[in-house]
Design a protein around this ligand. Structure first.
Ligand code: PHE
Length: 343
């Protein structure tokens, strides 16, 4: 490049950088960058001796003018900075900045309540992987490979024999296997679950469940009924009843669908409960002997009950939410309504 062109480019650059410098330190480092011993303009000044004689004077003049302009700009910038009143680092008289603490999600609120109820009854909390082995999610729970129950919980396969768990029931098996033959087994297992369902007001491909498992000597269906009645009353209030309807799950025998009094109509029948007076809240039953065996316990010596509930469903009932999808839309105006404020 022509030395004159280069000089004017350096000059413009320097002036604009100096104009936007914020503090002494920045001004000093610009001085070094342009006028220091290795500075860009210094290098040009030093190379003038090597130019053809007829150009030296002209380029030298240009370079010196640029040097002067940059020096002046540095001086001006320094003075301007010195005039500015120094900002105090802390103004103790300024009003405080409000801290936005957010809100606990309605699903979290309900799950915490559920867990609290069971922990108060002596249950421990157990967890399991969301990416689960097919054996724990299906086969070990007495759902053989060609069983229609697999279709009902059509899952996402993520590899050979690996699924995103379609239920929290695999937690039962994992816990029994690592604790057998100790008694009692008394756990609740919350977690995220996945099914190949299309989104609608009551379905989501990702949802949450909470499992419960109790294994001990002589556990019977009456214990299951008593436990569920107590649980329902602590969650929905003393006035609710539970109702068992015969059902089928491969991992429990006998199995039941469990309903609780509709808290909208108190068993008179309304549109919320489809005229039933009751709302289904969970699936339950006596642990199938084969599942006890797979967990390392002898069905001749011990028995147990298990149940599993959908957390979205409980939240919808408890808070009167009509569309499950609103739980996932992250609209704060909606999410803040449920008393989960953190203070
Ligand atoms: N895992 C069952 C479901 O997802 C619920 C269930 C759990 C039923 C434990 C019985 C016992 O539908």
């Amino acid at each position: 490049m022509d030395p004159k062109g280069e000089i004017s480019e350096i000059r413009e650059r320097a002036l604009s950088e100096i104009a936007s410098a914020q503090d002494e330190e920045e001004i000093e480092s610009l001085r070094i960058a342009y006028l220091g011993r290795e500075g860009r303009l210094t290098m040009i000044l030093r190379s003038i001796g090597g130019l053809p004689e007829n150009r030296r004077a002209e380029v030298g003049k240009e370079a010196n003018a640029a040097k002067k302009a940059i020096e002046d700009a540095l001086k001006d910038a320094q003075e301007a900075l010195a005039q500015q009143p120094r900002k105090p680092s802390l103004d103790v008289t300024a009003p405080g900045v409000p801290v936005n603490l957010g809100t606990r999600h309605p699903l979290r609120l309900v799950l915490d309540e559920v867990l609290d109820i069971f922990v108060a009854m002596g249950y421990s909390i157990a967890e399991g992987p969301e990416v689960e082995e097919e054996w724990y999610n299906f086969t070990g729970l007495n759902i053989p490979e060609d069983h229609p129950a697999r279709d009902m919980q059509d899952s996402y396969y993520v590899g050979q024999d690996l699924v995103l768990r379609s239920q929290t029931s695999p937690i039962q098996l994992r816990y029994m296997q690592t604790h057998a033959p100790r008694l009692p087994v008394r756990i609740v297992g919350p977690g995220r679950t996945y099914r190949r369902d299309t989104e609608d007001p009551s379905h989501s491909p990702v949802f949450h469940q909470c499992e419960a498992l109790l294994v001990d000597k002589g556990v019977h269906m009456g214990n299951l009924r008593g436990t569920l009645t107590e649980f329902a009353r602590r969650l929905f209030g003393d006035a609710v009843n539970v109702r068992f309807r015969p059902s089928y799950f491969p991992f429990t025998e006998p199995s039941a669908e469990v309903d609780v009094t509709c808290t909208n109509c108190w068993e008179r029948g309304c549109s919320t409960c489809g005229g039933q007076g009751f709302m289904e809240i969970l699936g339950a039953g006596m642990v199938h002997p084969r599942v006890l065996e797979n967990g390392g316990y002898s069905p001749d010596d011990v028995s147990g009950f298990a149940f599993g509930m959908g957390i979205e469903r409980l939240a919808m009932i408890k808070f009167g939410i009509s569309d499950l999808r609103s739980l996932y839309r992250n609209d704060l105006r909606f999410l803040r309504q449920f008393g989960g404020r953190l203070r």
